[in-house]
Write a protein that binds this ligand. Sequence first.
Ligand code: IPD
Ligand code: CA
Length: 273
Amino acid sequence: MAVVEPSELLSLAIDLVRRAAVGISEQREAAVTSIETKSTPTDPVTAADRAAEQLVVAGLAAARPDDLVLGEEGGFRPVGTATTPTELHGSGVRWLLDPIDGTVNFVYGIPAYAVSLAAEVNGVVVAGVVRNVVTGEEWTALRGGGAWRDGNRLRGSAVTSPGRALVGTGFGYAPERRREQAEVLLRLLPEIRDIRRIGSAALDLCAAAEGRIDAYYERGLNPWDRAAGGLIAEEAGLLVTGLRGDEPGERMTLAAPPALHASLHDLLEPLHA
Ligand code: IPD
Ligand code: CA
């Protein structure tokens, strides 16, 4: 198996994410006229989501034909010639792509939507980039190499008590999931400084990495929502976990600085019994 250099994966990811972001900006007017819905009537997908995914997948296929990609708009498939999981082990690399994270913001013109791309080697995320399409802010991380935004190293927030913590979260698209999430919020809100619902999980994780919010939690995230942002938060020194010692995942993703994590976890844990 060829040696995979994470920094090369990151360079490729940055190049493709920048190109996708240019395309998304150019297509915004046309794209918002072609809105369809996916899992529920509130879950939109536009021509721009699909075009951005195609651009990145084509770029990956050209550069690394034996890798696989898990993209929000396409599902699990080889980007190039690899067709079976055995061939995946040929390169060991899987990409996790959210072509537009924050599609509702994109549709409404709220400047908080991003392209998110991460590379996993043998199941471990080693490189990630998130780019805000409107502001051009770009967050990157390599495993073991810290988290960065436009040349600045990120270290998260210094807040240690939930009562002082500005906490990001998000809501799924299914009504039943939203009801649960609203019930959790009802109990959590009196215990914290305030809530932010930015509308892009990838940008929430980057905001937590940067200390623009103190922490972030959400239930129901997909791998492409959290792969790049999760690595960026971890590399900024945050603990990124599930509940009760679990790995972060669909059931819960909680990102908080070590000094805040346990107390926030203990507030959230009984609310997710
Ligand atoms: C959504 C956003 C949102 C989060 C949802 C995600 P999408 O992704 O990240 O902030 O609350 O759980 O599904 O649909 O904009 O790609
Ligand atoms: Ca998403």
